[in-house]
Design a protein. Structure first.
Length: 363
């Protein structure tokens, strides 16, 4: 009986090992251990049992692991055909073609003009050039990407002006464009841009940044440019995002496109040199701290009716002017200019008391 029992148990193990799918199912359901350890182990050779059990568990675990397949994560693609980007760019990366009707300015000393047929090809296009002597770079056609922006930053360290208006810029929201470039004094952005992410033209030492063309709709910002005095936005811009000009502390004035509806939160925060600004007639809301820390602000001109002030969580009106100094030494330091006969409507809309009428001037 003992002999037959042992043979039967050994036959059971051998049969199970020969049928991996059955073994895998039993291991998953917790049944294999029950059968194995219910054997009459007292009648078997212990070493043989341990070896058989180990082999069974090893084979079963391997089969279970192999038969379970994890779903593959879907890989995002941006519109430029590059994979792995976390956000999709809203700008076309299709290389532009040379425009024979486009009059180029006169060639200047230290200037190089070149086409970049494909994004990522700027380094190859400048092969053979003495990079240390390039002061001005004008790209006549093509496309550039983040690799090209990095090449401009790290390899063209004497470059003072770059004109990208004739090329397409193919980068994603989470890339950084020309951010942190410390040599450029003037940047002319691509005219094909439809929107601009916050970082692409920020933290530079440029004195002037121009956004040409009529494609740009959403301006994400050009902030912390410590030397910029002038930023030119096209009339096509319809939306400016919060903090767009934060800490551009040399900027004295700026043109705001007529299509914008909101001056967003902290839009001009810490623009310490900003002296005058004109608010388009279509603006319907001023958000919190829009002009806070603008210590030199002298004149805010509203071309239309009083815009609403942003409301807080409890319905209170939030102050867009923050620390703007209205009077200094008994004299008016900053004035709010409004259309004739509109002062009272501004006071009412902003819930300001009558004594604040002295801050206004009608035009």
């Amino acid at each position: 009986m003992v002999r037959r029992g042992r043979i039967r148990d050994e036959h059971y193990l051998s049969t199970t090992l020969a049928q991996p799918s059955s073994l895998a199912s039993m291991i998953e359901e917790g049944l294999c251990g029950h059968h194995l350890f219910s054997l009459r182990y007292t009648t078997m050779n212990c070493k043989k049992l341990i070896a058989l059990c180990s082999m069974a568990i090893l084979v079963g675990s391997t089969i279970v692991a192999c038969t379970r397949t994890e779903p593959k994560a879907k890989k995002e693609e941006n519109t430029n055909g590059h994979s792995g980007a976390t956000k999709k760019p809203n700008n076309p990366a299709n290389p532009t073609n040379p425009n024979p009707n486009d009059p180029l300015p006169a060639l200047r000393e230290g200037e190089v003009r070149i086409a970049v047929p494909q994004a990522g090809g700027l380094e190859a296009a400048l092969k053979g050039k003495d990079l240390s002597k390039i002061r001005i770079l004008l790209l006549t056609s093509g496309a550039i990407n983040q690799d090209d922006c990095d090449f401009i930053r790290y390899s063209l360290q004497k470059l003072e002006e770059v004109d990208l208006s004739r090329v397409a810029l193919g980068i994603t929201d989470d890339e950084y464009g020309l951010k942190d470039n410390k040599s450029l004094k003037k940047i002319i952005a691509p005219a094909t841009l439809r929107r601009i992410a916050t970082g692409w033209f920020s933290y530079t030492r440029a004195e002037e940044i121009v956004f040409p063309g009529d494609k740009l709709r959403i301006f994400g910002g050009a902030l912390f440019n410590e030397r910029v005095k002038k930023i030119t936005l096209p009339e096509s811009v319809e939306e400016i995002l919060p903090e767009a000009f934060w800490n551009n502390n040399k900027m004295e004035t700026i043109n705001l496109p007529s299509k914008i509806k909101i001056i967003p939160a902290r839009c001009f925060y810490f623009c310490k040199s900003l002296r005058t600004i004109e608010i388009p007639a279509g603006v319907t809301e001023l958000q919190v701290q829009a002009f806070d820390q603008c210590a030199q602000l002298e004149r805010i001109t509203f071309l239309g009716d009083a815009p609403a002030l942003q409301k807080g969580a409890n319905g209170q009106l939030l102050n867009p002017f923050g620390s703007v100094v209205w009077e200094e030494g008994g004299k008016r330091k900053c004035v709010i200019r409004v259309p004739k006969g509109k002062t009272q409507s501004f006071l009412d809309k902003w819930q300001w008391s009558a004594d604040k009428a002295s801050r206004f001037e009608e035009i």
